[in-house]
Design a protein around this ligand. Sequence first.
Ligand SMILES: NC(=O)c1ccc[n+]([C@@H]2O[C@H](COP(=O)([O-])OP(=O)(O)OC[C@H]3O[C@@H](n4cnc5c(N)ncnc54)[C@H](O)[C@@H]3O)[C@@H](O)[C@H]2O)c1
Length: 256
Amino acid sequence: MSNLFDLTDRVAIVTGGGRGIGWEIARTLAQAGAHIAIAELDPMTAEKAAEEIRGMGRRSLAVQTDVSNHDSVEAMVQQVIEHFGQIDILVNNAGIALNVPSETCTVEEWNRILGVNLYGAIWCCAAVGRHMLERGKGAIVNIGSMSGSIVNKPQPQAGYNVSKAGVIMLSKSLAAEWAKRGVRVNSVSPGYIGTDLLNKGLSEFPDWGKTWLEMTPMGRVGSPVDVAHAVWYLASDAAAYATGTDLIVDGGYTAW
Ligand SMILES: NC(=O)c1ccc[n+]([C@@H]2O[C@H](COP(=O)([O-])OP(=O)(O)OC[C@H]3O[C@@H](n4cnc5c(N)ncnc54)[C@H](O)[C@@H]3O)[C@@H](O)[C@H]2O)c1
């Protein structure tokens, strides 16, 4: 039986792949055989990640990218196509968090959270989607969040929640538009995962963590590799009939 999880010689873009969940996704897809483009805001971590992927025997390219900037995304996708000749997998992982009360959230803050988390995914899906539709194949996995389905407690984060609900609905909408043209689009929605993004929230407001763990049936945060494995499945041929789905990986948080 052929290994449906094998990604040998597929080319994957991972946005925000320099650290945290994105880095673990990049490493996991590379372990499965894929060559990786790291599209990342921070050029230092991007290059370090690409170097590590090359050390695994795969091809890798670091491209400094601001996903919230349409021109930056178009240039990144062009560069990846020129370098690798094709894109088989896109993982829209780059994201930021923002914990401010809605009544005082500024225009600039709304623009920033929606610009990175939602518009970033839109620009990347459109640019890579055109290429995939031309080839008649491809898999896109957008990193949503359980915050796209529930309202977190106790921190205020309407902008983040709205952006992630948008990412989940973007994935479903594109999945339906592109289903008969060979391109699958899904989302993976993590619960609390131990990364810099989570630690930043905890260091500013240490009492939040207690509530988060109490509200998670498994009683612990997840690790980036838990998310990476879900992405691997959706990016692979094992998920050939899965499109428009939102795979929640949250230690049971949304079950309660
Ligand atoms: N950590 C969690 O608990 C959690 C839970 C649910 C969803 N998520 C989502 O998972 C994704 C990764 O989160 P993480 O915890 O690894 O965060 P992180 O802050 O550790 O890493 C985010 C990465 O994205 C990059 N990035 C930020 N803005 C960018 C931009 N404009 N253009 C390109 N790259 C950019 C950063 O440089 C960084 O490498 C995000 O979309 C986040 O919303 C995280």
